[in-house]
Ligand binder design. Structure first.
Ligand SMILES: *[C@@H]1O[C@H](CO)[C@@H](O)[C@H](O)[C@H]1NC(C)=O
Ligand SMILES: *[C@@H]1O[C@H](CO)[C@@H](O)[C@H](O)[C@H]1NC(C)=O
Ligand SMILES: *[C@@H]1O[C@H](CO)[C@@H](O)[C@H](O)[C@H]1NC(C)=O
Ligand SMILES: *[C@@H]1O[C@H](CO)[C@@H](O)[C@H](O)[C@H]1NC(C)=O
Ligand SMILES: *[C@@H]1O[C@H](CO)[C@@H](O)[C@H](O)[C@H]1NC(C)=O
Ligand SMILES: *[C@@H]1O[C@H](CO)[C@@H](O)[C@H](O)[C@H]1NC(C)=O
Length: 859
């Protein structure tokens, strides 16, 4: 009961927030309610400028899509466009990279062009396959400008060891065709729709009997798009003398009839037995063990069915029976971004293959559950001891009626349900492309699964599973240029995760605990890699004596009760009637700010209170004298109220930094505001745009606090002066000091003292200086394409009510825009375009990690 009530509540607030934050979509008929309560927000956002310990490899080659890690030789192989590259896995940026150039011949490219293919993407040799063949050789296949070839690589010398051979039956023709392949006992098992016109199939290639899936009369695969395959050695310690099996994962056109809903495409798992030799007469050179079942990943209460399987990660268990399959699923609507992660156990999959079959009576009708008699031995099963006892020791000895049955009934009726019958993670606005998972033991003795997931825009999310839910610990912008993560691989030995993309390869450490500078930050992160040792947040794996470490993965709140945190106090003065933004940047996206004025909590942020809160600060609208005083910002996270600690970048980080560090993440604390003749404010900026005044508009303010401001100080001062001259506005900074006892020393040391003197503030005179934004908004998870039209309500998902004349929002994670728009919007074209430009920027960032959180606009 309670649950359903909650759900309804969530549903209606979801609709409301959806309207607020995404009215455009709603207007365009966004097709469903959004379970916001399930939408997981990454706790910490790290932009590419703040990445630590990351190493990059780039070369003249593009499209790094296939990856092979050899743990023994510590080599990381990459198949790219026209090249195979061998890197040092412990440091991919080391200069020891070896390359085999393998580009399609000019003649082949010409023919590719003649076939009508795109000579900017398709008419190249894209390496689609790269795996170990035997102890001395690797094997690779490339599309070779629409005429696939394969070749051996002599690993030691890292050269092609022979002339390339025909690859038509092993490799797809195009770079993006769904494809998966394995080499098992020196035989290649591939699945793809090789050529554009051919049917998709799953096949085993020579030398021993080539087997394929059946095309006609009953197609076993229906426009299948393959994403992965895995060998599970089920013969190991099998009590029934079972065979090893190969599992295939794909999305295909739906065949079955269901009463509740119909989908044009569905996710599937299929399997074949490794020892399959085909039938003698029936199913000659065809699999006798091909069976498939549907994989479901849905939120039925919201009618969300994630039918598109994008990728699979196979997680080996202690025994083959404990194998787990992680899948990334998406929605069928191409223009709606959303992802779900579901996990399936091998046991569940096996159960489906043991269950009832589906059938279709006459071709053309939909498939229904088969209820008739099932021949013996069970169709589609591998050769086991019980069959051998009946003298059936090879698939060619299977009786005809069994083979005929399996030929007509490849589809199972039972659907494979994920763990807990629901996704581990659901996320709007993000399309995950690939993932990798590993396990680690927490200090509480429990084993945790940690997932690294890459997005289609070059971000990496790190998440930990806690009680069936994923908590996203961090999101990293690993590529400044938005681009899909093509591949992801992790190595516990190197403690690294490797990411391949169109432009290059990145190596990131599995954890970066130094990022957390306070005990609470370290605990709140709930990162099983990290623990607090009393002074620092440290990597658990590197500690020998773990008895005194503090970690709380389960709740993320306990253990820091006796620690102290620094506080920084700043002062500013403003005039009565000005708008003031007091920043309180929370390092966590999951924290909510609570503000006090002279020790008592601010009551209500209603329209007439004169206050507004956003995720990044307190806005005082038309400041009054009685609003003077000492403001304090507390961050509330996991029900713990604490003052946010300030500087986040550790002084002596031993790690290497990808690009020049910029202090993007500083946080602030307390602010003193005295209004009137002398008003004092902390952490603030103010702008008054005189230009608009002069042209008769009532006035627009733009205010921007740049995060890494100290190099800009000179310019700021200049701007400020100009500003004072041109605009009739006063920004008075009376003082800016530490509060006596020197507790802000840490801050001043780290930031050369400048930060406290308005270092964070940059004053941008409205339209004049807003032009090309020097730091374009990062490619954070955007949204379903939206029409250009935007009504005013669209712009306030941040907790500011729609009627408020000001817009405060978080821009690049650390930039702030305070835009005050007048009622009269029609005067100066310059002012207008300024507003428009801001709106466009806001629009872009609208659906980012800032999931609307409960606030007065939604409750
Ligand atoms: C890889 O790099 C590490 C550290 O830079 C070095 O110790 C190691 O010898 C290198 N390995 C190879 C195969 O070059
Ligand atoms: C692709 O082909 C067109 C002619 O159809 C040619 O003009 C163009 O230069 C080619 N581009 C590349 C990258 O080869
Ligand atoms: C591995 O395979 C290659 C290519 O067939 C062959 O030349 C080589 O001798 C094989 N190596 C071993 C150790 O069998
Ligand atoms: C199957 O059994 C026959 C004799 O019953 C034997 O000749 C053959 O080698 C066996 N095949 C396999 C694959 O074990
Ligand atoms: C290859 O990389 C380029 C950018 O480097 C990208 O535009 C293109 O779409 C990529 N092609 C494929 C097949 O991924
Ligand atoms: C670990 O550290 C604690 C406290 O410093 C100490 O009491 C304990 O003996 C240490 N254990 C080991 C195994 O060193």
């Amino acid at each position: 009961m309670r649950r359903s009530a909650e759900m309804q509540g969530a549903g209606s607030s979801a609709v409301r927030l959806l309207l607020l934050s995404c009215c455009v979509c709603a207007a365009a008929g966004y097709p469903f309610r959004t379970p916001l309560d399930l939408d997981v927000t990454p706790r910490v956002t790290v932009l590419s400028s703040g990445l630590q310990g990351c190493r990059r490899f780039q070369s003249s080659a593009a499209n790094y899509s296939t990856m092979l890690l050899e743990a023994d030789s510590e080599r990381l192989y990459f198949g790219a466009r026209g090249a195979v590259i061998a890197l040092n896995a412990s440091d991919i940026s080391a200069s020891s990279a070896l390359t085999i150039e393998w580009e399609a011949s000019p003649e082949q490219k010409r023919q590719c062009l003649l076939k009508g293919k795109d000579n900017k993407t398709e008419c190249f040799n894209h390496i689609r396959f790269l795996q170990r063949f035997n102890s001395t050789h690797l094997y690779m296949c490339g599309t070779n400008a629409f005429r696939p070839l394969c070749a051996y690589i002599d690993e030691e010398r890292f050269v092609m060891s022979s002339q390339p051979e025909e690859g038509r039956d092993k490799c797809p023709y195009g770079p993006t065709t769904g494809y998966t392949a394995l080499i098992i006992d020196q035989q290649m098992y591939t699945a793809s729709q090789y050529e554009f016109r051919s049917f998709p199939d799953i096949r085993r290639n020579s030398p021993s009997p080539t087997l394929k899936t059946e095309d006609a009369p009953t197609r076993w695969l229906n426009e299948a798009d393959f994403v992965g395959s895995a060998l599970v050695r089920e013969s190991v310690s099998s009590s029934t003398g079972d065979d090893d099996k190969i599992y295939y994962f794909f999305t295909e056109k739906s065949q079955e009839q269901t009463t509740t809903y119909s989908h044009s495409r569905v996710a599937r798992v299929a399997r074949v037995c490794k020892g399959d030799r085909g039938g003698r007469l029936t199913l000659q050179k065809r699999w006798t063990s091909f069976l498939k079942a549907r994989l479901t990943c849905s939120l039925p209460e919201y009618d969300f069915h994630f039918n598109m399987l994008r990728s699979v990660f196979v997680m080996p268990g202690r025994t083959p029976q404990d194998t787990l399959f992680y899948g990334i699923f998406g929605l069928e609507w191409k223009n709606v971004k959303a992802s779900a992660v579901c996990r399936f156990s091998l046991t569940e999959v096996q159960e489906a293959f043991q269950g009832p079959y589906m059938e279709n009576q006459d071709s053309g009708s939909k498939w229904k559950e088969y209820t008739g008699k099932i021949p013996d031995p069970r169709p589609g099963s591998c050769i086991t001891d019980s069959l051998r006892a009946r003298d059936i020791n090879i698939s060619t000895s299977l009786p005809d009626d069994v083979l005929n049955f399996v030929r007509r009934h490849p589809l199972m009726s039972q659907q494979v349900q994920p763990t807990d019958k629901r996704p581990l993670l659901f996320r709007r606005t993000t399309d995950y492309t690939h993932m990798a998972v590993h396990t680690i033991q927490g200090l509480d003795g429990l084993t945790y699964h940690i997932l690294y997931m890459g997005t289609d825009e070059g971000w990496l999310h790190k998440a930990v599973e806690i009680e069936g839910q994923l908590h996203i610990i961090e999101e990293f912008q690993i590529f400044e240029e938005p681009q899909p993560v093509n591949n992801l691989l992790l190595s516990e030995k190197q403690m690294s995760v490797y990411v391949g993309s169109p432009s290059g390869v990145v190596q990131l450490p599995l954890s970066n605990c130094q990022r957390y500078t306070s005990c609470y930050d370290c605990i709140f992160a709930r990162d099983p890699h990290c623990a607090w040792n009393g002074a620092h947040c440290v990597d658990v794996m590197a500690q020998t004596n773990r008895s005194t470490l503090i970690q709380d993965i389960q709740q993320g709140s306990r253990g820091c009760e006796n620690t102290q945190e620094d506080v920084m106090v700043r002062s500013r003065s403003v005039r009565v009637g000005d708008d003031v933004l007091l920043q309180c940047e929370l390092s966590s996206n999951l924290a909510t700010p609570v503000w006090t004025l002279d020790g008592s909590e601010l009551q209500g942020y209603g329209l007439h209170s004169g206050f507004r809160t956003g995720t990044d600060g307190l806005l005082i609208i038309e400041a009054r004298q009685d609003q003077s005083g000492l403001y304090t910002c507390y961050a509330v996270e996991n029900k713990i109220k604490r003052e946010p600690s300030h500087p986040t970048r550790p002084l002596s980080s031993p790690t290497q930094i990808c690009s020049p560090p910029r202090n993007m993440e500083a946080m602030y604390l307390s602010l003193i505001t005295i209004l009137g003749g002398l008003c004092v404010v902390l952490t603030v900026v103010l702008v008054y745009v005189g230009f608009c005044l002069r042209v008769g508009n009532r006035g627009k303010y733009s205010l921007r606090a740049a995060a890494s401001a100290y190099p800009n100080n000179k310019r700021q001062n200049r701007n400020r002066k100009q500003h004072r001259n041109s605009a009739h506005m006063e920004l008075k900074t009376i003082s800016s000091h530490c509060n006596g006892n020197g507790i802000c020393n840490g801050g001043s040391k780290q930031h050369n003292g400048e930060i406290q003197d308005g270092g964070f503030l940059q004053i941008v005179p409205g339209e004049a200086h807003l032009t090309p934004n020097k730091e374009p908004p990062p490619p954070a998870p955007p949204l379903p394409p939206t029409p250009q039209h935007s009504s005013p309500e669209c712009v306030f998902p941040n907790g500011l009510s729609a009627t408020l004349p000001s817009v405060l929002r978080r821009m690049n994670g650390n930039n702030y825009v305070l835009l005050r728009q007048s009622e009269s919007e029609n005067t100066s074209p310059l002012c207008y375009s300024f507003a428009e430009e801001l709106n466009r920027m806001l629009e872009k960032r609208k659906h980012t990690q800032l999931t609307p959180r409960p606030d007065e606009s939604s409750v």
